[in-house]
Design a protein around this ligand. Structure first.
Ligand code: NAD
Length: 274
């Protein structure tokens, strides 16, 4: 029988992280690097990528990065080719690029009819196709190996309406469906080694939601206070708290787990608010 060390082993695994220089992607990369995996960070901005690689190099020399926009099919193709040429395989894909956009958010003094459809589309493109395209590109390399774990980023916005972020919510709800659909497709066509799951973080204070949850002086907005009131743990998540579930999904410890959406939310999704 495996020991917990071998069961959760990710040593040497090639883990591609889109949004790898973002807050949550960066923390996941760090956790994976500490556990001995080889993070491959993808991002649009070279300066941010270089900073993320520098931070990780204090933990591991096994870190690689590529400039790659998740909505650019040409860049995805060349990045996939470069990764396959360098490593010969991809073990794990984490689709962490995404997030809400201020222009796709309905302001407090606006309603849904004030939202520009172009802004709605921008946010749905990033949060839906920004996962679909890398999944089809890197997932194809993984499917050929008949082994791999894809981890998508869902959200608390998928099950119940969270005001103001309509496009983001619709796209993340589509990610839940896409996760289940791909899990079934991969299992049917490529066997038990190919798994597709999502994690659904609750509320973590990062660049994409800071403007909604905190004021400029760092105090909570009314929205921030409401969220904490209906989060049984009464606090935001710490990005480090995603690492355990990610190691579990990336490793063989979760070998019979596919098509799931795992809430990591301090109880938010379990609570009616009453
Ligand atoms: N922060 C939260 O509370 C929370 C909750 C639930 C889900 N999420 C999801 O987690 C994921 C990571 O979010 P985060 O909070 O770390 O935000 P973040 O803004 O720190 O990270 C997102 C990263 O995606 C990158 N990105 C954006 N557009 C891109 C593109 N076209 N191509 C490549 N990269 C692109 C950004 O540059 C950034 O590095 C997102 O999908 C987000 O929706 C976050």
């Amino acid at each position: 029988m495996d020991t917990p060390q071998t069961l959760f082993d990710v040593k040497g695994k090639i883990v591609v992280l889109t949004g790898g220089s973002g807050v949550l992607g960066g923390h996941m990369a760090r956790g994976l690097a500490v556990a001995g995996a080889h993070p491959v960070l993808l991002g649009r901005n070279k300066k941010n990528l270089d900073r993320a690689v520098k931070e990780l190099s204090s933990i591991t020399s096994n870190v690689t990065s590529y400039e790659c926009d998740v909505l650019n099919e040409q860049q995805l193709t060349s990045t996939n080719d470069a990764i396959m040429a360098k490593f010969g395989r991809i073990d794990v894909l984490i689709n962490a690029a995404g997030g809400n956009k201020p222009e796709g958010t309905i302001r407090i003094d606006e309603n849904i009819f004030d939202l520009e459809i172009a802004d709605f589309k921008k946010v749905t493109d990033l949060n839906f196709y920004g996962t679909v395209l890398p999944t089809l590109m890197f997932g194809k390399s993984m499917a050929k190996q008949k082994k791999g774990s894809i981890i998508n980023l869902s959200s608390m916005a998928t099950q119940r309406a969270i005001t103001r972020v309509v496009g983001y919510s619709a796209a993340k709800a589509a990610i839940d469906n896409f996760t289940r659909w791909m899990a079934v497709e991969m299992a049917h066509k490529f066997g038990n080694g190919m798994r597709v799951n999502a994690i659904a973080p609750g509320f973590f204070l990062t660049e994409q939601n800071r403007y909604l949850l905190t004021n400029k002086d760092g105090t909570l907005t009314e929205r921030g206070k409401t969220i904490l009131n209906i989060t049984p743990f009464g606090r935001f998540g710490n990005p480090e708290e995603l690492i355990g579930p990610v190691l579990w999904l990336a490793s063989d410890a979760s070998s019979f787990v596919t098509g799931t959406i795992i809430p990591i939310d301090g109880g938010f999704s379990a609570f009616s608010g009453l």
